[in-house]
Design a protein around this ligand. Sequence first.
Ligand code: 13P
Ligand code: SF4
Length: 307
Amino acid sequence: MERDILIQEVLRLKAERQAVILAHSYQLPEVQEVADFVGDSLGLAREAQRTKAKVIVFAGVHFMAETAAILNPEKTVLLPDLEAGCSLADSIRPEDILAWKQDHPEGIVVAYVNTKAEVKALADVCVTSANAVEVVARLPKDRPIFFVPDMFLGAHVARVTGRKLDLFPGECHVHAGIREEHLKVLLEKHPGAEFMIHPECGCGSSCLFLKPDAKMLSTEGMVRYAKKAEAKEFVVATEVGILHRLSKEAPEKTFIPVKPDAICEYMKRVTLEKVYLSLKEMRHVIRVPEEVAKKAQRALEAMVAVG
Ligand code: 13P
Ligand code: SF4
């Protein structure tokens, strides 16, 4: 089908199904363009919770669709491609949490939203990159804390809050691959640029050493910051899908990716054609077993309430 017709069909089916399309900022530009809302994990979770639409087409990855289904159990949540997973969410199993809990019966488990529902069900609270610092800073000071699964985000939260955290050694393959050597090249080439770094990046602490005024931001935080900052040039360390939004929302500014091949193949599995098929055939419905969903819902509601 021709692209213009595909777009028209997506919009027609969206109205017919009383559906809403929620897209993450790493999605392909043409998918972002048909979405009703584009944002980071926190914004998407909140939008999924508040929408009045009957159907949510989630243009993102599996854990995001699961989060939407848990926060809004009355809605039908569709994920256009079931293979849209996440290497970080895959890095931790429920057994890892249970083992830590056995050794720390008084402990608090903080789960990054990039986890499967079964892991969230064992957590006390979930966080996203946008509110992890604020959530952890509010936790009681006399109890051990297990932060899972992203060790780079965990190290960032520990550094900013001054809290001692037990970190699980998980990572996102895309962000872990953004390293100090990539930054050094751009520091030399663009000495006047502002640096915006996603806290999942492997280069976080070395970046703050090399460029102490670098900003550690979620994807939405990057868009907000770029729009209001005075600088004209920004070096961006995260998945490159964000560049579409940055250039669209701050067209007068220049954005330079630290690593142009930092591409999440899971995010890119969702194409415009699959969004169309998802609406046409109502596939693939994301269901979370009730007993898992109920437990995970507590941790997710604590997450959406902060930040
Ligand atoms: P944000 O919540 O910052 O958009 O991050 C989501 C994600 O998957 C990062 O890899
Ligand atoms: Fe997961 Fe990394 Fe892809 Fe984000 S960029 S969805 S953390 S694999």
